[in-house]
Design a binder for this molecule. Structure first.
Ligand SMILES: [Zn+2]
Ligand SMILES: [Zn+2]
Length: 365
């Protein structure tokens, strides 16, 4: 996700506290622990403190643990997804009160800066993706949420809390970065490269627009099976290195109208370059850590577009409505559940997804 930093003294993030709590803490590349940590307190008038009920682990958290995310310093509590109950509010918070049940957005938004005014909350000049990155996150008993009025959503009566955890990040990410940017349309052919949780979220939300075909591409047979259950019209196993040929054959040599990249490595982006049809769009979702070769000598005359985006969560209110209507069931992405005490085991399970068949793991505080 993003590399937004807000400059603030460390003490602002760790104010005077009343008591301690359990929290999962990044301690530097390859090192992490569940430890006792000071409970967060209100720092700015627009803050809320939320008592966590359920959270989850994101692929981005695994990147952080490897040391790939420079903005996330050792000592940081990880996590940017979840649902909870408002425990305390700052004097400027007007939309929520203690006791309210809330869904936490992975993106914090001031609502006032030049990017927020454009609904590009991911680039909020004092917010964006800061939770579990440059400020402490949700894999703990309590979390401080900046700009609470804009960064929390009330949980509708009767809504399923676990389904809502999928709306903190992966549903809006798959939808905004993949489906909206990829301009998925009725009757179109879509390919999604990567059948992990975010690729599957793109698969679920692409179906809002009734594309004629959704081709799912992955190395993992189990994930491809899941994709078919979730509505993929075909599944291509790319283990043999011939996925591009297969997709071109399936489409009469034309390629696909939208190629969604949901992995974040050079090979998968280059596959999208090979399978995009003239006039098509490559919509990148993956978090890339390495340069990718752009084959302009082949693509220059093909009228294609390439889009990149960090999730803005601007679609969250719409996704909440869709969830309420029952037209989508993101709870199907959940494969495992753990108590916070067993979060190390949860990371182990999520980190070895091929063996454990894990998609999203729920962690109960
Ligand atoms: Zn995430
Ligand atoms: Zn802003």
């Amino acid at each position: 996700m993003t590399i937004t930093t807000i400059s603030q003294p460390a003490a602002r993030d760790r104010p005077a506290t009343s008591g301690t709590m359990k929290a999962f803490v990044y301690q530097g590349p390859g090192k992490s622990a569940l430890e006792q940590h000071p409970k967060p307190d209100i720092v700015a008038p627009t803050d809320a403190i939320v008592k966590m009920v359920k959270t989850t682990i994101c692929g981005t958290d695994l990147h952080i643990l490897k040391g790939d995310v420079a903005t996330c310093r050792p000592g940081r509590i990880l996590g940017h997804e979840g649902v909870g109950v408002v425990d305390k509010i700052g004097p400027a918070v007007t939309a929520f009160k203690p006791g309210d049940r809330v869904m936490i957005s992975c993106v914090s938004a001031c609502g006032k800066c030049v990017y927020c005014r454009k609904q590009m909350f991911s680039h909020c000049t004092t917010g964006g993706w800061i939770l579990g990155n440059s400020i402490d996150g949700t894999q703990a008993e309590f979390v401080r949420i900046p700009y609470a009025d804009n960064s929390l959503y009330p949980i509708p009566a009767g809504a399923d809390k676990e389904a809502l955890v999928m709306l903190s990040d992966i549903l809006p990410t798959g939808f905004e970065c993949g489906v909206l940017n990829g301009k998925v349309q009725p009757g179109n052919i879509v390919a999604i490269v990567g059948a992990g949780p975010v690729g599957l979220a793109a698969l679920l939300t692409a179906q809002f627009y009734s594309p004629a075909e959704i081709i799912m591409i992955d190395l993992d047979a189990n994930r491809l099976e899941v994709a078919k259950r979730f509505g993929a019209t075909s599944a291509v196993n790319s283990t043999n290195g011939k996925a591009a040929d297969t997709v071109l054959k399936m489409t009469g040599g034309r390629g696909v109208d939208t190629a969604i990249e949901a992995v974040g490595i050079p090979a998968t982006f280059e596959l999208c370059e090979e399978i995009v049809a003239p006039g098509g769009i490559i919509a990148n979702i993956g978090v890339h850590g390495h340069p990718v070769s752009l084959r302009l000598e082949r693509l220059w005359d093909r009228n294609i577009a390439i889009t990149t985006r960090l999730v803005d969560t601007a679609s969250t209110p719409m996704l909440l409505n869709i969830l309420r209507s029952g037209k989508i069931d993101p709870k199907r992405l959940i494969t495992h559940r753990f108590k916070l005490d067993r979060i190390l085991e949860a990371y182990e399970t999520f980190g070895h997804a091929a063996a454990s068949k894990a998609l999203k793991v729920i962690i109960e505080a």
